[in-house]
Design a protein around this ligand. Structure first.
Ligand SMILES: [Zn+2]
Length: 346
């Protein structure tokens, strides 16, 4: 229970608790009683204002932080966009380069086929890996555009199909070409080996027309003998010419005979391989000695009419496994062996 006693300047509050407890007496001046609510209001206004300003300040700070973060995000996104665009361009460039490589591979394959044709040999390139048209065409390519001649498939543009598809296509393109190049490398190496072998073989095959003249007066085979008139086997090729005309080695080889007798006149024999030789008869002069190494097209003697001969001519023989064979099966037309430089007389 609370009672209030009023004096002149002071108010006394009596707080009367339960019967056995002492009475509590609070004396307050009247001025204080007027000031107390004012003070309370002042404190409340102060607290309100300071909370308000603190809230405003915090709000401002948060807002500025948000703005900064937002700007940073925008910047990051812009960088990412630029990166994506750059990557798209790079991938597109790679695709174009892959296409170029494809065309080069294709050209190399054509070239190789041509060389093989020249050597009379089938192409050794696996058809499944040529020109991107084999059965192993990557599935990812099926919906893509095929380039005009290179055989590469790659999407039209990075913007249309996405950088990932373009990159995949470029990557697969490179893988395909890598396989093709591997195969091509092997087959070119085989072709080179074949070409070397062919060159060696050609060097020792009597294809070089053995003198200046191309007038054939008697071919290989049966004819009536110019001396006896009886049928006999003519074992060589007679090429008419002027005495002193150059006589050339028909292929690389070693001179195995440089001799003269009443039958052959002055003559030379050149061995080209273990089984293949050539003979040059009725010469006016022999310029090569037994044991000389001679090259295809090299001047080895002079045309004449020595021995059993009716006029200036070269009797040319090709001997295979000890037996005379038709020289015209070996000889190229005059001038056909361009690789061999004919040693013309001065
Ligand atoms: Zn003859």
């Amino acid at each position: 229970m609370c009672r209030i006693r009023s004096g002149k300047h002071k108010l006394t509050f009596l707080v009367i608790p339960e019967p056995e407890r002492p009475v509590l007496q609070i004396r307050l001046s009247k001025r204080l009683l007027i000031l107390l609510p004012l003070l309370t209001i002042g404190v409340l206004i102060y607290v309100y204002l300071s909370l308000h300003f603190t809230a405003r300040r915090t709000e401002g700070q948060l807002q500025s932080k948000l703005t900064k973060q937002s700007r940073s995000f925008v910047e990051t996104i812009r960088h990412k966009d630029e990166d994506i665009k750059r990557l798209q361009n790079e991938v597109k460039e790679l695709s174009e380069k892959a296409e170029q490589v494809g065309r080069q591979v294709s050209r190399l394959q054509d070239l190789e086929a041509e060389i093989n044709g020249f050597l009379g040999k089938d192409s050794t390139v696996d058809p499944n890996v040529t020109s991107g048209i084999g059965s192993e065409e990557p599935a990812a390519y099926s919906s893509m555009e095929r380039s005009a001649s290179g055989g590469l498939y790659y999407p039209q543009a990075a913007e249309d199909t996405g950088v990932s598809d373009t990159a995949d296509a470029a990557s697969e393109g490179y893988s395909t070409y890598s396989v093709q190049l591997g195969s091509l490398e092997q087959s070119l190496s085989d072709t080179l080996e074949e070409a070397r072998r062919a060159k060696k073989e050609l060097a020792v095959t009597p294809t070089f027309w053995p003198t200046r003249s191309i007038i054939v007066t008697s071919r290989f085979g049966y004819r009536s003998d110019p001396f006896t008139g009886r049928p006999s086997l003519h074992k060589g090729l007679d090429i008419a010419g002027d005495t002193g005309d150059p006589v050339y080695a028909a292929a690389d080889g070693t001179v195995t005979l440089s001799d003269a007798d009443g039958q052959h006149g002055q003559y030379l024999e050149v061995r080209h391989t273990g089984t293949l030789s050539t003979r040059y008869l009725h010469l006016s002069r022999r310029l090569a000695k037994t044991g000389d190494q001679v090259h295809k097209g090299e001047l080895i003697g002079r045309l004449g009419s020595t021995g059993r001969s009716t006029g200036a001519h070269l009797h040319f023989e090709v001997v295979r496994r000890g037996k005379e064979v038709n020289p015209q099966k070996y000889l190229h037309s005059k001038g056909e062996d361009e690789a061999y430089v004919r040693q013309e007389e001065d």
